[in-house]
Design a protein around this ligand. Structure first.
Ligand SMILES: Nc1nc2c(ncn2[C@@H]2O[C@H](COP(=O)(O)OP(=O)(O)O)[C@@H](O)[C@H]2O)c(=O)[nH]1
Ligand SMILES: [Mg+2]
Length: 334
């Protein structure tokens, strides 16, 4: 399989550079996630004297998965399956091993590849965006508003992070850029009141979608969860089913800490969808497998940079392929 051939690091870096500039989210993801070489499969061939699959190569894969935030348990699942197949002599070559690895990894993330669908019977369809400070909530809202607007939806934003004036201004900048109204009050206002107002305004304007920003930080974690639950209750007064989506934004660079955040928010709020941001940074993306395996919450979108284009639907197959194979020139990555 050409996907798993091995070239020099320099060739791959040049290729990654080239692919990163190509249009197409899948190509960009592959280039940005790997930055030249797949962290998972790079140089494995050199570990196989005579091409035999042995414990050394399996141990190396295990180490790479664990150090890329896949987590002990989920790595154990992936490796357990590979070890069984190796012991039955089913995997006689590196290509066979990598094919089996791809299957195991895909089996873990395929169930969470469920894109967000805006239900047109809910007007507006309310998306409440939650997550810790700095995870990328406001940026995600800006990108999502652009995307939904491009798809023909009429969107309204609610500046529910009233903790700092800068947070309100940041959302307003995105609103102007996207041509989308932002309902806000002064810093320090009650977030539930701001979002309630925004909901009334969205209903009055006949908007299709309301996206509400929230603060990720309060004096204590339990204060934050109380506040978010209050927002939920208040929305429920205008539409008993709102919010229709509780979208948790996680910084993929936070590794296992992102998993802990997902567990906490899910217990407090009932999270219905996830966004994994900053997959372009030092994050290797392994946390996506850990979260999929442990929580099973749908991953709606991923973020691979700061601009509106650096945002796409989470597609399990292209994600696994991006993890497994380096970006290269020649069109394979497109
Ligand atoms: N590299 C990169 N930076 C991001 C991404 N998403 C958000 N950011 C940056 O992360 C920082 C915090 O984002 P922000 O949306 O303000 O987080 P919030 O506090 O959760 O609202 C900002 O500098 C964003 O530009 C991403 O996918 N990739
Ligand atoms: Mg923010």
């Amino acid at each position: 399989m050409a996907l798993f051939s091995f070239k020099s690091k320099k060739d791959d870096e040049a290729a990654a550079e080239k692919v990163a500039k190509q249009p197409g989210f899948v190509a960009r993801l592959r280039a940005k996630l790997n930055r030249g070489d797949s962290w998972l499969t790079y140089d494995l061939a050199n570990l196989l004297p005579g091409g035999r699959i042995d414990d050394a190569v399996l141990d190396e894969l295990e180490t790479r998965l664990i150090s890329a935030d896949v987590g002990i348990e989920t790595t154990g699942k992936i490796l357990g399956e590979l070890r069984r197949r190796v012991s039955r002599n089913e995997l006689g070559s590196l290509d066979a091993l990598l094919g089996a690895l791809r299957e195991s990894m895909l089996a873990i993330v395929a169930p969470v590849g469920r894109p967000l669908e805006v239900d047109a019977s809910k007007r507006p369809f309310v998306i409440l965006v939650v997550g810790v400070n700095g995870s990328g909530k406001t940026t995600t809202i800006g990108k999502l508003a652009r995307r939904l607007t491009d798809e023909g939806h009429k969107v309204v934003l609610a500046a529910g992070d009233t903790f700092r004036a800068a947070a309100i201004e940041q959302l307003q900048v995105w609103g102007e850029r996207d041509g989308v109204p932002v309902i806000s009050q002064a810093a320090g206002a009650d977030p539930a009141a701001v979002i309630f107002d925004a909901m009334q305004s969205a209903q009055a304007r006949g908007a299709d979608v309301l996206i509400a920003d929230t603060a990720g930080r309060l004096h204590t974690q339990s204060n934050l969860m109380d506040e978010l639950r209050k927002v939920k209750r208040v929305l429920g007064r205008l539409d008993a089913e709102a919010p229709h989506e509780v979208l948790l934004v996680l910084d993929a660079g936070q590794g296992q800490n992102a998993l802990a955040q997902a567990q906490q928010f899910n217990e407090a709020m009932g999270v219905t969808g996830l966004v994994l941001t900053k997959l372009d940074g030092t994050a290797k993306g392994g946390i996506v497998f850990a979260i999929a395996d442990r929580l099973g919450i749908p991953v709606r979108y991923i973020g691979i940079g700061e601009s509106a284009e650096d945002f796409g639907v989470f597609d399990p197959e292209s994600f696994v392929d991006a993890v497994l194979s380096p970006a290269r020139a020649g069109g394979e990555a497109a």
